[in-house]
Write a protein that binds this ligand. Structure first.
Ligand code: NI
Length: 258
């Protein structure tokens, strides 16, 4: 079944039908989802959702654009809750130089601290990296963050760099953008990266695939992403679903959990 490795089901866009939508996912071929925190409030919300639904797991962490208000106390909370059975990753964390509302040095400081946390609690990392390719790679190498694995979410850089990440053991997150007419760069990445290193993600409610571009996204729309990956790779949709599901289980180490 489809494994959606990156969602934001706590988002207010789902306030009117969250319960119905999440419990209805298996009927639409979606077996498992990870709902991802982007600040302290949404990390708490992710934990709560994961506690309520068996097929929902959580990632907790603070998005680079939200790190300006982050405190050591927040880090202590993240450390304590990383031990929760349903928490499968630290994230989304990283660097975002597109939105400079948080100064890059502040982003880098909290990126490094949250990487250190992931290493300490031994969880994989969900990376958000936008217009910060060089610094992201530099920090990952300097901190040896690759030792705990992870996924480069919503991958937007060149295929050459994707292959470097693959060599380091990382997974590449592919979502709705691959269906866009101007998504050529990501299509090239999908072509270059071995299928064993690709995972599916919506980033819902954002980034709906064609023909729903601009509308609210949810995990049931991943079929369009699957079809495009299958077309590029010359595989069947079933093969793409099966292999990316296994990849996601490896990424989040689900088979090592009870
Ligand atoms: Ni996200």
């Amino acid at each position: 079944m489809i494994f959606d490795t990156h969602t934001h089901y706590d988002d207010e866009a789902f306030d009117s039908d969250r319960e119905e939508l999440i419990t209805g996912l298996p009927r639409k071929g979606v077996g498992t989802v990870v709902t991802v925190g982007a600040d302290m409030a949404t990390s708490r919300a992710a934990l709560e959702l994961a506690g309520r639904y068996e097929n929902v797991y959580a990632a907790i962490g603070v998005h680079p654009s939200e790190t300006h208000g982050m405190t050591e106390q927040d880090l202590t909370w993240l450390r304590a809750h990383a031990a929760n059975q349903k928490v499968v990753a630290v994230g989304e964390i990283g660097l975002d130089y597109h939105w400079k509302d948080t100064e890059p040095p502040v982003q880098r400081q909290w990126f490094e601290k949250q990487i250190a946390l992931a290493k300490e609690v031994d969880l994989p990392v969900i990376y958000h990296s936008r217009e910060a390719a060089e610094d992201t790679m530099k920090i990952i190498c300097q901190t040896k963050a690759y030792e705990c694995g992870g996924v480069i979410h919503c991958y937007s850089y060149a295929k050459e760099m994707a292959l470097e990440y693959v060599k380091m053991g990382y997974f590449i997150g592919v979502g709705g953008v691959v269906t866009f007419k101007n998504g050529r760069k990501l299509k090239e990445t999908v072509e270059a990266v071995p299928i064993e290193h690709i995972v599916l993600e919506t980033d819902c409610p954002y980034l709906s695939p064609e023909p729903y571009r601009g509308k609210r996204n949810d995990s049931s729309k991943l079929g369009y992403v699957v079809d495009e990956i299958a077309r590029i790779k010359g595989m069947t949709a079933e093969e793409v679903i099966d292999i990316t599901e296994q990849n996601a289980r490896r990424l989040y180490r689900l088979d090592k959990r009870s």
